[in-house]
Design a binder for this molecule. Structure first.
Ligand SMILES: Cc1ncc(C[n+]2csc(CCOP(=O)(O)OP(=O)(O)O)c2C)c(N)n1
Ligand SMILES: [Mg+2]
Length: 576
């Protein structure tokens, strides 16, 4: 055959789009494409040993770069393994293009072995799913996928690639993908209207989500919150949206019970919602939890998210950064001098309340610093002193996350990632992916002993590719979050002793998983911390080691009654 096949053209297209890594697990239906990869040393192949882990590796990389990552999976079985991770990617809006190989269009009528409806499998867990069927449009479809994945609201997309289509000569032009510019502002009159609705509030509230990070609007959000004297509550947050050290930061809202989200907004007479949908709970309230007289302004690049479940007073399809930047002077003007002074007094009062709560929580941590079994706060306190300022934290510590983030409070955009709830197992591969994106920075990933078991294959990927990531398993020998949520559930049913006993299968302890051995078996050196005296030396060995390293921390497993309570200036993660 003369001419270039679709396999090579597709890789040329990826190169033109600046794709530097293909995250994959190979199979026989993609061999034409796999065989071409060696010709493209600038498009590296990152080998993952299970597709759930492969997608989470690509997810961490995309989170850390805000650009689409590209994944290459094998047929229905590979895509099937990836579905849980894609649920997570869709929920958090990860820009990602998933390519899935299949034998060929010609084999479809034969219902050949392993033929599967890839588009049908992917559709519910992607933003867009399509299949290449002709060599005149393979690159066209790839570019469309890149564009759809990268355009707000970002998300994962699927392109199914029948090998017989790519085997043919492909004469398509290779052109960089065009992503539309979405830096859009509302008309000045609408901005004034928004400012007037918000000005004069006595109990204002800001609810933000990942759209703020996608728009790189953190400094603008700070200025606006300060001008309005409003607490900022983090709704769907999988990265830094607002510095947790800022006096107006009210913490995470949680993702479990609508009553908690409802309580967080119940008193507000004016609410600015920005870059999120309401409410991201597993059990959301069906009625609106807002006050009847609350004035609600929702700013989002995703029109679907605005007034999705509950009415708002004014919806603006616009870019968070530009809108917050323009809204701040408009608000100052609408507030007038007296209103501005009132907002400043309120900001001071909120800040003092948060500082008092923070100081009390740190004091409580210090009081249990030497306890055995260990508290995660004791480890986090020591780690905070050892980490460089620009270290990247990837947090899937679940029930230990509040202990962790009290001592390592996220401060800088791009330096903190967190599971927003959903699929378990994002922590280890997510940190590996983030380290691939930031090889020059220290990256530490945290996961639970439960979560770690879903995607520990990514340890091998780190060892194989020499990815110098640091990983901490918060080992409490079980599914503590499920215990906490059961305490809540029983409490709601009026159980007088809701923490009395739990289903035996919430414990994962006979045998207790030995992560030092698991990591060793996958080529990653590891050490265990069980006693306070071991904390500092083991953390130092981890940070001093060149190459991937895992630390298993044996932690308390008890659950206190009422530990799942939400709302207020707490940093809490609730997952399903
Ligand atoms: C793929 C998947 N399966 C099951 C669950 C349900 N689930 C939510 S939290 C949890 C336990 C997590 O345990 P671990 O990671 O050890 O954290 P801990 O709760 O102990 O802090 C489980 C099983 C889930 N969220 N995702
Ligand atoms: Mg656990």
């Amino acid at each position: 055959m003369t001419g270039v096949t679709g396999h090579r053209r597709l890789l040329e297209q990826m190169r033109a789009d600046g794709v530097r890594h293909l995250f994959g697990n190979p199979g026989s239906t993609e061999e034409g494409l796999l065989d071409e990869i060696a010709r493209f040393p600038d498009v590296g192949y990152v080998l993952g040993l299970q597709e759930a882990a492969v997608v989470c590796l690509a997810d961490g990389y995309a989170q850390a770069t805000h650009r689409p990552s590209v994944v290459l999976l094998h047929s229905g079985v590979g895509l099937g393994n990836a579905v849980g991770s894609l649920c997570h990617a869709k929920q958090r809006g990860t820009p990602m293009v998933v390519l899935a190989g299949e034998a060929g269009v010609v084999y479809e009528p034969l219902e050949a072995h392993m033929a599967a409806d890839l588009v049908g499998i992917a559709r519910p867990v992607t933003k867009y799913a399509t299949r290449a069927v002709h060599p005149a449009s393979v690159l066209r479809q790839f570019r469309r996928c890149m564009k759809v994945a990268a355009t707000p609201p970002q998300g994962p997309v699927l392109l199914a690639l029948p090998q017989d289509v790519l085997d043919q000569v492909n004469d398509e032009p290779v052109l960089p993908t065009v992503v539309p510019d979405t830096r859009v502002l509302p008309e000045p009159a609408r901005l004034r209207e928004a400012a007037e609705l918000l000005a004069g509030a006595r109990s204002p509230l800001i609810l933000v989500g990942d759209g703020v990070a996608a728009s790189e609007a953190v400094p603008e959000l700070e200025r606006f919150a300060e001008a309005w004297g409003a607490p900022v509550c983090l709704s769907m947050a999988s990265e830094l949206l607002f510095p947790w050290t800022h006096p107006l930061c009210d913490g995470l809202m949680g993702h479990m019970f609508g009553e908690h989200s409802g309580a967080a907004v119940a008193d507000a007479d004016a609410v600015l919602v920005c870059g999120t949908y309401l409410f991201p709970d597993v059990f959301p309230l069906t009625g609106s939890p807002f006050r009847d007289d609350a004035r609600i302004v929702h700013v989002d690049l995703d029109p679907y998210a605005i007034a999705k479940n509950h009415p708002v007073t004014l919806g603006l399809v616009s870019d968070p950064r530009l809108t917050l930047r323009a809204l701040t002077p408009a608000l100052r003007q609408a507030q007038g001098e007296e209103g501005g002074a009132e907002s400043a007094r309120r900001a001071e009062w909120i800040g003092a309340r948060h500082e008092e709560a923070r100081r009390a929580a740190l004091e409580a941590d210090r009081a249990v610093r030497d306890r055995v079994p260990l508290r995660m706060s004791a480890v986090a306190e020591r780690l905070a002193a050892l980490l460089p300022d620009d270290a990247v934290v990837f947090d899937e510590a679940l029930t230990h996350s509040p202990d962790l983030t009290r001592w390592l409070p996220p401060r800088l955009p791009g330096a903190f990632f967190q599971t927003p709830g959903g699929t378990l197992g994002v922590g280890i591969p997510g940190a590996v992916g983030a380290k691939i994106a930031h090889p020059e920075r220290t990256v530490v990933g945290f996961t639970g002993d439960g979560g770690a078991m879903f995607t520990f294959q990514a340890l091998w990927t780190a060892a194989h590719h020499g990815i110098d990531v640091k990983l901490v398993v918060c080992h409490n020998s079980g599914y503590r979050l499920l215990k906490e949520n059961l305490v809540d559930y029983r409490g709601d049913l009026g159980d007088p002793d809701p923490a009395a006993e739990f289903p035996w299968f919430f414990d994962v302890d006979r045998p207790c998983v030995d992560f030092v051995a698991v990591a060793g078996g996958l080529g990653v050196p590891a050490q265990r911390i069980t006693e306070p005296a071991e904390i500092e030396p083991v953390l130092k060995s981890m940070l001093d080691h060149e190459g991937p390293f895992l630390v298993e921390v044996r932690l308390e497993r008890d659950v206190a009654a009422g530990s799942a309570a939400g709302g207020g200036p707490v940093t809490e993660v609730k997952q399903s």
